[in-house]
Design a protein around this ligand. Structure first.
Ligand SMILES: N[C@@H](CCC(=O)N[C@@H](CS)C(=O)NCC(=O)O)C(=O)O
Length: 211
């Protein structure tokens, strides 16, 4: 049984929950962080000195950093499609996973922080504009990679898909001008019909909105 500490509305908890669901693993999740608090206790800080979620416990292992957690789950529980054992086969998946975290998500984050977590009067719209431009470039790259898909690497989702596409609910629901990406649009449309994605990623962020 895997224990996940973190609220369902956190995008970094969502990536872990989606991976757990795709892998069909038993879990329990405790609501911690944001309105639930609990990240500044000595017990929590002993698990993650950053005071951030998610944290998982699996047997004697405790770990933080969402993408590292997805890689661990893939290596421990995934089949050879989800987590290729051969480093040469796995390398391109990991390349796209890393790109997703460092390029796509890095452009998404300021848009989310400004449009949801910042009151309208305080928003830095120059930062939003710059991030929207960066994101358009990244989305076009993802669009070309996905093509007919249905996933980044063929017919089944891998750890790279989770690390990339857990951002797509916010990408498609935040109010900003998206570039034309028909393949990515179809990819998202297909994901919305996937129970694990719908349950763990398509979660309203209204409770996070700055008032
Ligand atoms: N790089 C970390 C970032 C973790 C992070 O920033 N978590 C946010 C939620 S998405 C958090 O714990 N914020 C404090 C809070 O919600 O109280 C990861 O990927 O796990």
């Amino acid at each position: 049984m895997i224990t996940v500490h973190g609220r369902a509305s956190s995008v970094n908890v969502q990536i872990v929950m989606w991976a757990i669901a795709e892998l069909g693993l038993p879990y329990e999740r405790h609501d911690v962080s944001g309105p639930f608090g609990g990240t500044d206790t000595p017990e929590f800080l002993a698990m993650n000195p950053n005071g951030l979620v998610p944290v998982i416990q699996d047997g004697d292992l405790t770990m933080f950093e969402s993408a590292a957690i997805v890689r661990y789950l893939g290596a421990k529980y995934g089949d050879d499609r989800f987590w290729p054992k051969d480093p040469v086969e796995r390398a391109p998946l990991d390349m796209w996973a890393e790109w997703a975290k460092t390029t796509f998500a890095t452009a998404m984050n300021p848009i989310f922080m400004q449009m949801v977590r910042t009151r309208e009067a305080d928003r830095n719209m120059a930062l939003v504009e710059m991030s929207v431009k960066q994101l358009a470039k990244a989305a076009a790259i993802a669009d070309a990679r996905i093509g007919d898909g249905p996933f980044l690497f063929g017919d089944a989702p891998t750890f790279a898909d989770i690390i990339f596409a857990h951002q797509l609910y916010r990408y498609y629901t935040l109010p900003f001008e998206r570039t034309q990406t028909p393949n990515l649009d179809r990819h998202y449309e297909r994901l919305t019909k996937r129970p694990a994605f719908a349950e763990h990623v398509m979660i309203s962020y209204e409770s996070l909105r700055a008032k």
